[in-house]
Design a protein around this ligand. Structure first.
Ligand SMILES: Nc1ncnc2c1ncn2[C@@H]1O[C@H](COP(=O)(O)OP(=O)(O)O)[C@@H](O)[C@H]1O
Ligand SMILES: [Mg+2]
Length: 223
């Protein structure tokens, strides 16, 4: 399962709440994030979010995101799914589609090729798209940064213009519109406990469906 949405939409908050709720129901849950999530991918996370790769262009960045994702899948996600665990991933392929594809203007054939080599057919069973006006999300992210030990410096993507963030919001909504089977759009402006309850009920349905398919001899994996 993946969580997507703009900066400050509440992805990390909701992953934490969902993981707690699922663990309380006896599930084994792995929480992870992108870019990163495995030692190799975390090394690339630093390069990508610090802006160190930015001077080399969006193509270079897109390739690095794909490399990080391939490593993350190999080292963390597929092994956990293989053990029958539930994986909750903070950002995944839709973030690349939006940040590198939509607002990075990477040409669609290259995006498709990168998806093929990085994830193959490993798409999440469900993707929660946390939807919020970009301005509200950025305010939340700034407030969060002010409270954190790392201080208030925005990362490579947070520092971009509001207009770009709004375009990304639309990009996530467009994906959700194209893939309604996989994506659930969540109103991220609501109270966080209310959002968490709604997400939990959606996710419990998906878990029941996926385990039904597994029992019937279909594909394994809660991703
Ligand atoms: N539903 C909500 N309403 C108000 N504030 C929220 C909500 N969800 C999260 N926040 C706060 O907004 C900030 C950003 O949330 P976070 O989960 O870190 O977002 P993301 O991981 O999507 O960037 C945090 O300070 C968090 O406590
Ligand atoms: Mg976060």
């Amino acid at each position: 399962m993946s969580f997507e949405g703009g900066e400050g939409a509440g992805k990390s908050t909701q992953i934490r709440l969902l993981a707690e709720a699922l663990r309380a129901r006896g599930h084994t849950v792995v929480t992870t994030r992108e870019p990163g999530g495995s030692p190799g991918a975390e090394a690339l996370r630093h390069v990508l979010l610090s802006g160190a790769a930015e001077p080399f262009g969006v193509r270079m960045e897109a390739l690095l995101f794909a490399a990080a994702r391939a490593d993350h899948l190999d080292c963390v996600i597929r092994p956990a799914l293989g053990r029958g665990e539930i994986v909750l991933c903070d950002r995944f392929v839709d973030s690349s589609r939006v940040y590198q594809g939509v607002t990075g203007n990477i040409e669609p054939p290259l995006m498709a090729a990168l998806e093929r080599v990085s994830i193959g057919s490993s798409m999440p069973d469900v993707t929660l798209v946390l939807d919020l006006p970009a301005e509200v999300g950025l305010q939340r992210a700034r407030r969060r940064a002010g409270e954190s030990a790392e201080g208030a410096a925005p990362d490579r993507f947070e520092k971009e213009k509001l207009e770009i963030h709004e375009k990304r919001r639309q990009g996530f909504l467009d994906i959700a519109g194209r893939e309604p089977e996989r994506c659930r759009v969540v109103d991220a402006s609501l109270d966080k406990d209310r959002i968490a309850r709604d997400i939990l009920s959606e996710v419990l349905l998906v878990i029941a469906q996926v385990s039904g398919i597994e029992r019937a001899g279909g594909q394994a994996a809660h991703s």
